[in-house]
Design a protein around this ligand. Structure first.
Ligand code: FE
Length: 188
């Protein structure tokens, strides 16, 4: 695959169809600037700032863009908040739509047919396989992403984190907790 990509890049560059400096910028963006760290900052802000949380609920695209996280596959965002009653889980049953601007590139399992079908048929079973056991009676709401709309799960804030800085809070927010296959880390 790597050799094939190199060959393609060489040919396209020679033909003047692409600019290798532009390719470097794109690769650097996905290696260093785009990733779940962005989403973790959004969640930490929502935990710390009720006004921001409210904005995130009403217009996630704008609230997220205000932190500088925009771009491909993040054009139309909706934030779904976990509560004591409801746990949210995100899937793309059709393919692999995923909010790149806040979570980076999707994990392999997210794109795999077993996850995509079973997340809607048996979400509780899927979560158990991720090691997540929800309280009895807690509802699971599954959100099916599309090319038009991507979801970000806002996990519940762990107890014992009163007064924590946003930076410290962000360390508790895992990628999986923002997909819904996990929850935020416990405060230690
Ligand atoms: Fe998709």
């Amino acid at each position: 695959m790597a050799a094939r990509v190199r060959a393609l890049e060489t040919i396209l560059t020679r033909k003047g169809l692409i600019d290798s400096a532009a390719i470097d910028v794109i690769v650097d963006t996905y290696e260093t600037k785009v990733g779940p760290r962005n989403g973790a900052r959004v969640v930490a802000r929502a935990w710390s700032d009720a006004e921001f949380a409210d904005w995130l609920k009403r217009d996630a695209t704008a609230a997220i863009a205000s932190l500088g996280y925009t771009g491909r596959q993040g054009e139309h965002m909706q934030a779904v908040f976990n509560t004591d009653e409801t746990h949210n889980l995100v899937v793309c049953t059709l393919c692999s739509c995923y909010p790149w601007s806040v979570l980076g590139l999707p994990p392999v399992w997210y794109k795999a047919p077993p996850y995509r079908s079973r997340a809607v048929i048996d979400p509780r079973g899927v979560l158990a396989e991720f090691g997540l056991k929800l309280a009895d009676g807690k509802k699971i709401r599954v959100w099916d992403s599309t090319a038009e709309l991507r979801y970000l799960v806002v996990p519940q804030r762990p107890s014992g984190t009163e007064g924590w800085s946003e930076e410290r809070l962000a360390d508790l927010v895992t990628r999986d907790s923002m997909i819904g296959t996990g929850v935020a880390r416990e405060a230690l």
